[in-house]
Design a protein around this ligand. Structure first.
Ligand code: 5AD
Ligand code: SF4
Length: 472
């Protein structure tokens, strides 16, 4: 079989990253390998995101850039997958003449069949059919680990929550969970291929398995925790209304579960939360944070906040600022509200003008920057266990730092903070440290990373294994 080249542009969330990897896996039997460049590709896929208008525009501008390439290489196959594909379907074929295939979020397993057909007949296809079953990928195709020791693993798809601003339930369909044995087997295969850390993905991991009568999410975590050779477990995302006592306790009981939770609050105002259909109050959110911190005082907590939701008053926004001051998040993802087709809030009155939205966004960012830096600075002088992920191009948040010469490595703490570190004794290009957990003394703090030096490492990392470090 001739090798053909595949190029994927992945836009959006971790779920799309996972789906793109699965596309690569499904296209291997057809002879497709990852392309060294976009120009060399025989097949280009853009895996799209519909969460905000900007992400959607990004997909169309990428497709626009492919016009010249297709003119030079008419046999090039161009595909659009993911959430915008699901939402727009055939419209994309009409709007962008270059596109050969539009395949929605439930059509992943039919991708190879469509590509085969297009290669033979040069037809144009749109497949946005939704299925009721969970999408499992054929197990005979083993995961190909090109590089990296961390991977995302989707444990459930879709969402039943219908927050009024959100397009996800409409483009990914109702919530459905994978069987625990399939999740565990997939992680085992990944570990055999060299992976050390997995992030379990779902729109609301707390409701994992409930509908299907499978095990609970904390039980699934327990199974994953038992996988030999796996060093760390993360998960995202947790909905505050469903955050259970069982999951809160898991932070104290499971040694591989990292001390970090991403718990999107979206707003600090009860009236906004109500109109968002979030089904919790700020008081309940703060209560859950207190419970988490009681059981796990070092737990890092990050969140998502939407600014400028329709009808958000100055007072509502102040309630959000107050919540940020009260909770002191380790990090925050902030978004300006964006109207989405199919999401009920698009029809809400009292839209907040862009200039007001941007001003509020700026104020929130500045406030959070203060807490992020404060929390990072508090770590100076401490020693943290870092899972080494690879080499780092940066030393601080960009600038060269005096006294830090040598090979630079990068990794993360269990609390998900990026730590770059140096050790003059390591030879450049020696990859022996990658995938190991080591102790690093933090010496400098920036807003997006920390900088330090390894402790107790003399020369090469002989005898350092992840397991030993955990016992330390
Ligand atoms: N506008 C702005 N932000 C949004 N998000 C989801 N939908 C919208 C929207 N219409 C944000 C939420 C969510 C994150 C992934 O994206 O904060 O948690
Ligand atoms: Fe969207 Fe709400 Fe579901 Fe999250 S929980 S995916 S914000 S509808």
């Amino acid at each position: 079989m001739n090798t053909k080249y595949l190029y994927i542009n992945t836009i959006g969330c971790q779920m799309n990253v996972y789906d793109s990897e699965q596309m690569v896996r499904r296209l291997k039997p057809l002879g497709y390998e990852i392309s060294p460049s976009m120009e060399a590709a025989d097949l280009i896929i853009v895996n799209t995101c519909a969460i905000r208008e900007k992400a959607e525009q990004k997909a169309f501008s990428f497709l626009g850039r492919l016009t010249a390439l297709k003119r030079k290489k008419p046999e090039l196959i161009i595909c659009v997958g993911g959430c915008v594909a699901q939402q727009e379907g055939r419209m994309i074929l009409e709007r962008v003449h270059n596109v050969d295939l539009v395949f929605g979020t439930h059509a992943l397993n039919r991708l190879p069949e469509h590509i085969r057909k297009i290669s033979l007949k040069r037809c144009r296809i749109s497949d946005v059919e939704m299925t009721k079953e969970i999408i499992e990928f054929p197990s005979e195709i083993k995961p190909g680990i090109e590089d990296g020791i961390t991977r995302f693993v989707t444990i459930m798809r879709g969402c039943d929550n219908y927050c009024t601003y959100c397009v996800v339930p409409h483009v990914r369909g109702p919530e459905i969970s994978r069987r625990p044995e399939n999740v565990v087997n997939e992680i085992r295969e990944l570990v055999e291929a060299g992976v050390k850390e997995v992030t379990l993905l779902g729109q609301n991991v707390n409701s994992y398995g409930i509908k299907e009568g499978l095990c609970s999410f904390p039980e699934l975590l327990k199974f994953v925790n038992e996988i030999e050779g796996l060093l760390r477990i993360r998960f995202t995302t947790s909905h505050p209304k469903d955050l259970s006592e069982g999951l809160i306790s898991a932070f104290a009981g499971l040694e591989k579960l990292c001390s970090h939770i991403h718990l999107p609050v979206q707003s600090g105002s009860n009236s906004v939360l109500k109109r968002m259909n979030r089904k919790y109050t700020r008081e309940l959110y703060i209560d859950k944070i207190e419970r988490l911190r009681k059981i796990s005082p070092d737990l890092a907590i990050t969140s998502d906040i939407i600014v400028g939701f329709p009808g958000e008053t100055d007072e509502d926004f102040k309630a959000t600022l107050d919540l940020v001051k009260e909770v002191e998040f380790d990090g925050l993802f902030t978004f300006g509200y964006s109207d989405r087709k199919n999401a009920p809030a698009a029809k809400f009155s009292d839209k907040v003008p862009d200039d007001k939205k941007n001003k509020r966004l700026q104020e929130l960012l500045e406030l959070q920057e203060y807490y992020t830096v404060k929390k990072n600075r508090a770590l100076i002088g401490s020693t943290a266990l870092i899972l080494v992920e690879g080499f780092s191009k940066k030393q601080g948040d960009g600038d060269v730092q005096e006294g830090f010469t040598g090979v630079h490595w990068t990794g993360r703490t269990a609390t998900n903070k990026i730590v770059n570190f140096v050790d003059e004794n390591f030879l450049s290009g020696d990859t022996a440290l990658i995938g190991k957990i080591i102790n690093v003394k933090i010496e400098k703090a920036f807003s997006h990373s920390l900088l330090g030096k390894p402790v107790d490492l003399k020369g090469l990392p002989v005898g350092i294994t992840g397991e030993e470090s955990y016992a330390a």
